[in-house]
Design a protein around this ligand. Structure first.
Ligand SMILES: [Zn+2]
Length: 237
C-alpha cells in the first residue's frame, strides 16, 4: 500500500511539473500573438456578458499575473496585468473563461453553486484534515495498550472527513473549470474574437489552464489515499 502511495505521489508530482511547464509555454506563446479581431479582453468581457444578458458586472484591473477571476459577491471580473486592456490570444481566452464563470453563476449551474458553497471551507479543510488524522494516528499508537476504546482512531476518522470536504471541492472544480472554458471557446468561435486560424491556439491555452485543475484533483486524491492508509494502521493498533 505504501509503495503504491509513493508511486502515485511521484507520478502526480512529475505530471504537475509537465502541466505547469506546458501552461507557461502555451500562455506565453499566446501572449505574443495579437488577436485578428483587434478586440481587447475588456471588450470581449462586455460583449460576452451582454450576449448572455448579464448586466451589472464591472471589470477591474488586478495587478499581478494569474490574478484573473470572477467574483460573484462583488459582481466583478478582475483582469490581470497580462489580460486587462490586452488584445492577445491568451488575454482574450482568459477573459472569456472568467465570463464563463459569470454565465455559470447567472444560469445557477448546480456544480458551480456547489463549488461556491465549498470554496470558503476548502482551504482550511485541506490544511487541517491531514493534521487531525496524524494526531489521531499518534494518539492511537500511544493509548491502545492502556485502553480498549480507540479514541485515536475516531480522531483519525474525523481528520479524513474534514479532508474529504477539500477533496470534494477539487472534484467539483474540475468540471466547473472545463465547462467555463468550453463556454469561452464556443462564444469566442461564434463571435470571432480571435481569427479562425487562431482558435486552436486559444483552445490550447484554455486546455493547458484546465489541466492544472486535473492535477489538483489527482494530488488531493493521493493525499486522501494516504490518510486512508494511516486510518487502516491506527485501527490495527
Ligand atoms: Zn476558472
Amino acid at each position: 500500500m505504501s509503495y503504491l502511495y509513493y508511486f502515485a505521489a511521484i507520478a502526480v508530482m512529475i505530471w504537475s511539473m509537465i502541466v505547469q511547464a506546458n501552461l507557461k509555454s502555451k500562455a506565453s506563446k499566446g501572449s505574443t500573438i495579437q488577436a485578428a479581431s483587434g478586440k481587447t479582453a475588456n471588450e470581449v468581457v462586455q460583449e460576452m456578458l451582454s450576449a448572455h444578458e448579464i448586466y451589472g458586472i464591472t471589470i477591474e484591473h488586478k495587478a499581478g499575473s494569474l490574478t484573473d477571476c470572477y467574483s460573484p459577491k462583488e459582481h466583478m471580473i478582475y483582469l490581470s496585468d497580462t489580460t486587462y486592456g490586452k488584445s492577445t490570444i491568451t488575454a482574450i481566452a482568459v477573459a472569456a473563461h472568467e465570463c464563463g464563470h459569470a454565465v455559470q453563476d447567472h444560469e445557477n449551474m448546480l456544480l458551480y453553486e456547489i463549488r461556491q458553497l465549498l470554496a470558503p471551507a476548502a482551504g482550511i479543510c485541506s490544511n487541517l484534515g491531514p493534521w487531525i488524522a496524524i494526531i489521531g494516528y499518534i494518539i492511537a499508537a500511544y493509548t491502545s495498550q492502556y485502553s480498549d476504546t480507540n479514541i485515536g482512531f475516531t480522531i483519525c476518522n474525523l481528520g479524513i472527513v474534514v479532508y474529504f470536504v477539500a477533496f470534494l471541492f477539487y472534484l467539483v472544480m474540475l468540471p466547473v473549470e472545463r465547462n467555463a472554458s468550453s463556454r469561452a471557446y464556443k462564444d469566442m468561435k461564434a463571435a470571432g474574437w480571435v481569427g479562425n486560424d487562431q482558435l486552436s491556439m486559444a483552445h490550447k491555452v484554455l486546455r493547458a489552464a484546465g489541466d492544472t485543475y486535473a492535477v489538483a484533483l489527482a494530488s488531493s486524491a493521493v493525499t486522501l489515499l494516504r490518510l486512508l492508509a494511516i486510518r487502516g494502521n491506527s485501527r490495527r493498533r
